[in-house]
Ligand binder design. Structure first.
Ligand SMILES: [Cu+2]
Length: 356
């Protein structure tokens, strides 16, 4: 049973990530998404505003989000937005907005039925403001409801003191691949212009990517930017755009996040020289057929993140116990013959030792 569940675990690890999917969050709400440990998430949001004729000038408002998962539902990330609203405020030196944030999903898992809660402390360098968000979402079947309470120590483009903002939204997954969502958020006292957005989202089949086409009156996706409508051009002005989500799997660096398991040496060569090394990686034995002399030993080393065995067909020889990741197994062959073997959890893993 343990072996079967491990095989299932290996399959689950290969499946696309559910988290950070646009199918589970409206454009202006962070939701509760946290990348898995060892995954760096890159999201590209691009909104644009087309000025009325005769110029039809197109003003672009991109926001880049880069966030790394550190396991234990913790992520560190940053957002960079150009043409932030503060650029329109008094005495602004730049319109480039940078926000660094941490997120801890305290409860639940995004995309699973039920409640999820996340806290996100942040710092907005342009506003010189300590910001924070408490995000809650609740998923039932194809519906997800979102709520967010936000606090900032200094509002973008204003010299005033702190303020609070509230936002809410929903997602409806129409099919496995298509979702619709919308949200509304605003500062309170002074309220300013509320930010709204709506989107149609696509899960790209056979990939971990999601894509949305959206309309909004907000210019950036920071905690502050997502709480304010684009005031400069007056009401009724709409930005259109898209977002694309890209998870980058840093499996090669996974020991940084999970630690490398201690090497375990199993079996014994009973004093015989180890004549050959066989690896177990990518759920394969690295050598198909190996020829040695009687009285020599072979060492198998597991370089996969899942357990394997060396099990001889027809019990020609006693086989190995379960070999954990980073473990090795040594076996000495005394009698000439052809020893076919396989891995019990992965019967398609096969090899042969020929003893002369
Ligand atoms: Cu195996």
């Amino acid at each position: 049973m343990k072996r079967v569940s491990l095989a299932l675990l290996a399959l689950a690890a290969a499946a696309p990530l559910q988290a950070q999917s646009l199918m589970y969050r409206p454009p202006n709400l962070g939701g509760t998404w946290v990348p898995d440990g060892g995954v760096v998430q890159f999201n590209f949001l691009h909104r644009f505003y087309v000025f009325p004729g005769p110029s039809h000038f197109v003003e672009n408002h991109p926001t880049f989000t880069l966030a790394a998962g550190f396991g234990h539902n913790v992520a560190l990330g940053g957002r960079f937005a150009t043409k932030s609203i503060v650029g329109t405020g008094a005495a602004a030196q730049t319109s480039n907005e940078t926000e660094l944030y941490a997120r801890w999903r305290v409860y639940g898992a995004e995309g699973r039925p039920g409640l999820a809660v996340a806290v996100s402390p942040a710092y907005n360098f342009l506003a010189k403001s300590v910001d924070g968000e408490l995000g809650i979402d609740w998923t039932q079947g194809p519906f997800t409801l979102h709520g967010a309470a936000r606090a900032v120590s200094r509002r973008l483009g204003e010299s005033g003191t702190g303020a609070a903002a509230f936002a809410g939204g929903f997602d409806v997954r129409v099919t496995q691949y298509i979702a619709l969502n919308a949200d509304l958020g605003s500062f309170v006292s002074p309220a300013g212009r509320a930010a709204w957005s709506t989107a149609i989202d696509f899960l790209i089949p056979g990939s971990p990517h999601t894509f949305s086409l959206q309309a909004s009156n907000a210019q950036s996706a920071t905690i502050q930017g997502a709480s304010i409508g684009y005031a400069a051009l007056g009401p009724g002005h709409v930005l259109y755009g898209f977002e694309f989500t890209i998870p980058l799997h840093l499996k090669r660096f996974s020991p940084w996040f999970h630690g490398s398991p201690k090497p375990v040496a199993l079996g014994t060569s009973a004093g015989a020289p180890v004549a050959a090394e066989i690896g177990m990686s990518a759920v394969k034995f690295t050598t198909d057929t190996l020829t040695i002399a009687a009285g020599q030993a072979v060492r198998w080393t597991n370089r996969d993140p899942v357990e394997h065995t060396v099990t001889f067909d027809g019990a020609a020889e006693p086989g190995s116990p379960v070999i954990p990741p980073n473990g090795s197994y040594v076996h000495r062959f005394d009698k000439p013959g052809k020893y076919a073997y396989h891995c019990t959890p992965h019967p398609f893993m096969k090899g042969v030792v020929v003893v002369k």
